[in-house]
Design a protein around this ligand. Structure first.
Ligand code: 1CP
Length: 356
């Protein structure tokens, strides 16, 4: 921990969200939402219209800074997540990435048995310098009590886009690869560990307060494969970050890990874990150390539905995690047609609730 943070902790003024990531219970429970910046906000749509496509948006610090700050300004969230995308790393590595309207990302495929090392790590990390510029601009404009979260995709989730060429597939090509050629796949994942570690370290250097590794496609894997392609690369990434002298807390989010989540939490060295929509509080509270911070869980579709059923569930989740460090969030990202008043209602409920 930095000296400055230690001082802040001593006088109780540390950023609430960051304080939870350091393992301390905080009331009111801090809140942010995955994909809090994005298509459900009219001000985001306006901003996006000014860019020449989505990649250009991510690589333009003036626009990415505004997009990062919009949810803070509108909802007063406790955390801002850097506006970027997990696929920027593939773009920087020289794999062609396109975002097609109505289709989503399309990525140039890597050959079976191939590597992701067309561009040397240092050069790839330099290509991502507009992202660090965004971090430093946001960091200088963010109020002292707000936490800036940097992120990258975890190796498997990023590799999946390069192997399958797009998201939303059944992942069979990549999974067969994992079964048939585990050593080759491990080399490709190692390529991503190295570049991602340097990329995240540069974000930390530029001023993020915490880092999150998104393993969005970790669901439905056999336990041995989960260990090989989820736990092992996330563990290497955390280790590499610490070797690069990154001291900020790291959040792991192996979405859909199910019963493998405790092993993930225990073995990777993460400081906190993200919970997906299918998490079970009794299981989480029994199987994760009581000091381990958790964030997430609310179903994005319930946020879209709103009403009494949403309000009851928000309280249920606050109650369920009352005995551990807890950050309120969703089990996955805010969906584009989510009504703004529903998000406002959740923030209001979380702020009004008390563990006493
Ligand atoms: O404007 C648009 O229509 C583009 C939509 C969009 C946005 C707002 C994409 C394309 N990326 C983003 C920003 C983004 N992506 C952020 C920062 C904003 C925030 O969270 O508030 C983050 C953290 C991500 C991370 C990301 N991108 C993930 C991991 C989290 C998750 O949602 O699982 C993944 C899987 C991606 C890939 C991606 N980028 C964009 C889309 C539509 C997708 C998913 C497509 C798919 O494969 O199904």
């Amino acid at each position: 921990m930095l000296d400055e943070e230690e001082d802040q902790m001593a006088n109780g003024s540390l950023k609430p969200l960051l304080n939870v990531l350091h393992g301390n219970r905080q009331d009111p429970v801090p809140i942010w939402m995955m994909r809090q910046a994005g298509r459900h906000l009219p001000e985001y749509m306006e901003l996006r219209g000014r860019a020449n496509g989505f990649l250009d948006f991510c690589y333009t610090p003036s626009l990415a800074t505004e997009a990062t700050l919009q949810p803070i300004e509108r909802y007063d969230m406790d955390g801002a997540i850097l506006f970027a995308d997990i696929l920027l790393v593939l773009d920087a590595l020289g794999q062609c990435v396109r975002f097609e309207k109505g289709v989503g990302p399309i990525v140039e495929k890597v050959e079976k048995g191939g590597r992701l090392n067309k561009v040397p790590v240092q050069q790839a990390v330099e290509r991502l310098s507009p992202v660090y510029e965004t971090v430093s601009r946001v960091s200088s404009r963010l109020a002292d009590n707000k936490t800036l979260i940097g992120f990258a995709g975890a190796p498997w989730t990023v590799a999946l886009y390069a192997i399958e060429g797009r998201g939303g597939t059944d992942k069979s090509q990549a999974r067969i690869w994992a079964h048939q050629h585990p050593a080759e796949l491990a080399l490709l994942l190692d390529d991503l560990v190295e570049v991602t570690a340097h990329y995240m370290a540069a974000q930390a250097e530029a001023g993020v307060n915490a880092l999150m590794m998104f393993d969005s496609w970790a669901e439905g894997l056999p336990n041995d494969i989960f260990e090989q392609i989820i736990i092992e690369p996330n563990k290497k990434l955390v280790k590499r970050l610490r070797e690069l002298k990154v001291t900020v807390p790291v959040i792991g989010f192996p979405r859909g890990a199910g019963v493998m989540l405790p092993d993930f939490a225990d073995q990777t060295g993460v400081n906190a874990v993200g919970l997906d929509t299918a998490a079970l509080p009794s299981f989480i509270n029994r199987e994760l150390p009581v000091s381990m911070p958790v964030q997430g869980h609310l179903d994005p579709l319930l946020l879209m539905a709103g009403g009494d059923v949403m309000e009851r569930r928000v309280i249920e989740l606050l109650d369920a995690y009352r005995d551990r460090p807890h950050i309120f969030n969703l089990g996955h990202g805010v969906l584009p047609t989510t009504p703004i008043p529903h998000v406002e209602k959740v923030v209001e409920l979380v702020r009004a609730w008390s563990a006493d």
